[in-house]
Structure formats: C-alpha cells, structure tokens
Design a protein around this ligand. Structure first.
Ligand code: FES
Length: 529
C-alpha cells in the first residue's frame, strides 16, 4: 500500500505485506466433533490445541481470519494488565489474584514454547512492561499496586523516571514480558492446525445454535454444522444461551498510531495510568523500528468526533518522540466484564457442550491463549487450577452488582433517550465524506454523503436490541453504544453482536447535492486523520 493511502485509511500494521491464506465459505451442511466460532487468537489456538489432542475440529469465521480484535491489537504479551492486582486482591482475595497472574504467565510461556518449537519468525522479543503515573494520585496507586506485586510474588519494582520525555511521578515494572507480531505467529498455528486435518471456513457467520441431541449451529447462508461441542470465540458470544452476556459486558474502543520517531526508541512496553492514557511499544516495519502509540479509549458509540482521538495521539507522539514519518493508524474494540476478569468456560453452569471466551479487556494475547488452554481442558475432561476464577457463571456481588446496575441503566438510557434526542442537522448540510444523525421527515436517522455525493440514509435503530447508533467519523461506521455492534455507512454489519443490517431509508430521486457542498472534508482540512 502506498504511504499516502496507508495514512489516510485506517489499517493495522500487522496485516500489511503478509500473504494470508484464503479459505472457502461453507456451502453445505457439515458434521464435526468440535466447532469453533471465531478466527482470532482464541479460536485459532483452541483449534490447534484440540486438533493436537486428536479431535476433529472445524473453525468458522464470519469474515477473514485474524481481522477482528486480534488483527487490531498492540500485541503486548504481558500479565501487566494495567492496575489490576490490588483490585483483584480486594475483590477476589490474594489466592485468586495470584492465580490470575499465574494464568497469564502460563499463557505467555506456552506462546514462547510454540515460537521455539515451530521456529516461528514473529519478532518475539522479551521485554519488561511498565505502568507509569504522571500525577501524585497516580503515583500513590502505583505504590499500592507494587504492594500487591510483593504480596503475590510478582517480579518487578518501582522507579522515578522513564527513558523518554514524559513527566513521571512513578513507574512500576513487571519483568520478563514479551511483544511479537500476532499475525506471523498465528499463521504458524493455522499451518499446524490444517496439517493435522483441521478445517477452516471463512465468510461463514454462525447466527444461531440449537442444543438438541447434538449441537446444531446455523450459518447465515442457511447451512448447519452439527457437533458435540462448540466454542464461541466471537467477541460477543454469537449465542447467549441464557447467560445474559449482553448485560454483563460493555464494549470499549481505543486507537493506535504507528510512527517512525525522530528520537531514540526506548526499550520496554509502557502504559500510563492517569488520563489521558497512553500505551507505547516498539514494533518492526520493513526492517525499521516504529513506535505504536495507543490510547484514547472510550465506550463504543460514546466518543467525541472520533478523528479527534487520532489527533490527540499524534500530538502526544510529536511532543514525546518527534514524528519522522506517520506510518499507520487504526482502532480496536474489546469487551470488558463487570469484574474485569474474562468469562472463559461453560456458557451457563453445568452446560458441558457450549463454551465461551470473551471479555478480555484489551489484553487478548495472553487471555486468548489462556482461554484456548482452559477450554481445551474442559473439552478433554481435564482439571485446571484456573477454571474456577474465570468461569462465566461466577457472580461477585461487589463490585459486580453496582456495575451491573449502572451498565444496564446506561443501556436503558440509550434505548429510551436515543429516539427522543433532538437532532438539529438536516442531511442537506452534509459534505462529501461526512456522516451524522439527522432529522429525516421529523425522525432521527443516520445520513452519510459518499465521495460521489450520494446520500445514504439509514434507520439508526440498532438491529440487535434497539439502541440508537452513533456516527464514528474516523472509521465511517455507525457504532452502537450498548453492546458495540458496528455497521458501515450502507448499513451492513461490520461487527456483532447484531447480525442484521441497519434498515435503509428510501430517499427521493431528485435529492441533489447543492454545488457549494461539493468540497470534500479532506479539501477543507488538508489531511484526514
Ligand atoms: Fe446491542 Fe446495539 S443494542 S449492540
């Protein structure tokens, strides 16, 4: 891709210049032993592990492999998941907080073993991870987190400065973590999986499931996959199975820039804990080290003008490292559970056929690998030390109940208020490349004017559960604040849980673009984010 295109269109660095295998869509009914839904790190690793254990495994991916959250990660492989251990000790106790750390490190070690075993050329580098604070309050939180590290025996320590130009009040390291290239790594596992007879179908969306004598998965094209066990690794589970996952998680978006910096690249991976949060790590692109600068997270559908987030990251990158070249920018979305611990295991208590893995809180590399191992143990009838901590049917009243209520209040507010929102703008005011909620014959609707000047008007009622979608100006998508579904400007589903497009609103044939509206947003601002 040309430099200019790369910068104007959001694309992650990971999929660039990699030859990805292609798999046919499923076009007949099928029977298998284990079906896996979702082709990111969790689905692929689960498929690999179960095939290795002798199971007949079929993996279904709605789009292309590794093109969802896994393809848009910052790919830090670490147990340092922000400020978490002090909180886990408070809410779960010391023993379970320790298990959380051990489980993440166990995943990291497995990944490292496979990198060595299959000689995977995926830029695997061991590095320390750091949290840093820029305020006194943040420094105090890091002290508390360090106390938790000491209680749990986590190797690390505090320091007062960082090797780059950010005013820091305190930093906390965790030793022996890693970073890598996720697509190169997963391509090797896909190769091993298919060598063992594993089957993959891309562009095959699982839309429903029936728990009969056998499990029957229905695909969007009307075929059935019959199996004994199913594992949902599809972000929001494609089947809820009375687990009420829609009220127990919310979606959060964040943004990443890849730049060639003017200043030296620091060793280590960094994450700030005060607002605005910033994530920093090194990667390799065409033999040149680049910096990935991430942050600006917000609940999906609740950001300000989303291109603002890229500008804020660019400003930080320019101030801190200087920018020689802007290379890539992209955004990612992940789900967060009520108690911040992922849901991994049977979809409901005692269900031994349907398993889910979700809610990784943007720490999908270790959590995804861990989920694959844990679900592998469930399916193979093996015990694991870690099953109980991650089981989806756990219910901790504090803080879960408070968050449960506030999350559902939030969803309810979007359901009730969304349609009543006063939308002043009319579609005629839209320039090329612009979208926004508008009034259309007195109703709230979503309008987007494409680069040819054609107007696309949609009903902004999310087809999942009826919340109102909001325009994402950076990605040109309609995003739902309730459970994170995303739709393109034409209404097609980009990301579930919704599986039906937004309804198109027919517009009058003679709806012309007034001549003075024919300048694009790009002309106006000189450059898009
Ligand atoms: Fe659930 Fe929109 S209402 S994703």
């Amino acid at each position: 891709m040309e430099q200019q295109d790369r910068w104007t269109k959001p694309e992650p660095l990971w999929r660039e210049e990699i030859s990805l295998p292609k798999f046919e869509a499923l076009n007949e009914d099928k029977a298998t032993e284990v079906a896996i839904v979702g082709g990111g790190i969790t689905g692929i690793t689960t498929a690999y592990l179960l095939a290795k254990a002798g199971k007949k495994v079929t993996l279904l991916e709605a789009d292309e492999l590794m093109n969802g959250t896994t393809g848009h990660t910052t790919a830090k492989v670490t147990a340092q998941h922000g400020l978490i251990y002090n909180e886990l000790i408070q809410h779960f106790g010391e023993e379970e907080a320790s298990l959380y750390y051990q489980a993440q490190m166990d995943a990291l070690q497995s990944m490292e073993e496979w990198v060595k075993k299959y000689e995977i050329d995926c830029n695997w580098e061991k590095e320390d991870a750091y949290l840093y604070a820029t305020t006194q309050k943040g420094a105090h939180k890091l002290e508390k987190e360090f106390e938790a590290y000491q209680k749990l025996g986590i190797p690390g320590g505090t320091q007062d400065a960082l090797p780059f130009d950010v005013e820091t009040t305190k930093a906390l390291s965790m030793k022996n973590q890693a970073r890598f290239h996720p697509i190169k790594y997963l391509l090797a596992l896909i190769k091993e999986f298919t060598k063992m007879g594993g089957e993959i179908f891309e562009h095959t969306k699982a839309v429903d499931l029936k728990e009969n004598d056998r499990i029957e998965i229905e695909t969007g094209k009307g075929h059935t996959v019959a199996c004994e066990k199913v594992v949902s690794c599809s972000h929001f589970p494609f089947y809820d199975g009375k687990g009420f996952y829609f009220s127990r998680m919310y979606a959060d978006r964040s943004y990443v820039l890849a730049i060639e910096p003017k200043k030296d690249i620091p060793d280590g991976m960094y994450l700030s804990i005060d607002d605005p949060k910033r994530s920093i790590r090194t990667a390799d692109y065409e033999g040149t080290p680049v910096l990935l600068i991430g942050g600006e997270s917000h609940k999906t559908g609740q950001g300000v003008d989303t291109s603002f987030h890229y500008r804020a990251l660019e400003e930080f990158a320019a101030q801190t490292f200087g920018i020689k070249k802007k290379v890539f920018h992209w955004s990612a979305q992940d789900l967060i559970t009520l108690d911040k611990v992922p849901y991994i295991g049977p979809i409901t208590r005692n269900n031994d056929r349907v398993f889910i893995a979700t809610g990784f809180r943007k720490w999908g590399m270790t959590n995804g690998t861990l989920a694959a191992k844990l679900i592998g143990h469930y399916i193979l009838g093996e015990d694991s030390l870690f099953h109980k901590l991650f089981q989806p049917s756990r219910f901790k009243s504090d803080p879960s109940m408070k968050q449960f209520l506030s999350q559902n209040f939030d969803v309810a507010a979007h359901l009730v208020d969304g349609k009543l929102e006063l939308v002043a703008d009319r579609p005629n005011s839209l320039k090329k490349g612009e979208g926004m909620p508008v009034q259309w014959h007195g109703e709230r609707a979503g309008a987007y004017r494409d680069e040819e000047g054609k107007l696309h008007v949609l009903d902004t009622t999310c087809t999942h559960m009826g919340c109102e979608v909001e325009w994402n100006s950076a990605e040109h998508t309609w995003d739902c604040p309730c459970h994170g579904s995303r739709f393109n400007y034409d209404g097609a589903v980009v990301e579930g849980p919704a599986d039906k497009p937004l309804m198109k609103i027919a517009i009058e044939e003679n709806h012309e673009v007034p001549p003075h509206m024919n300048e694009s947003k790009q002309d106006e601002h000189g450059e898009q984010p």
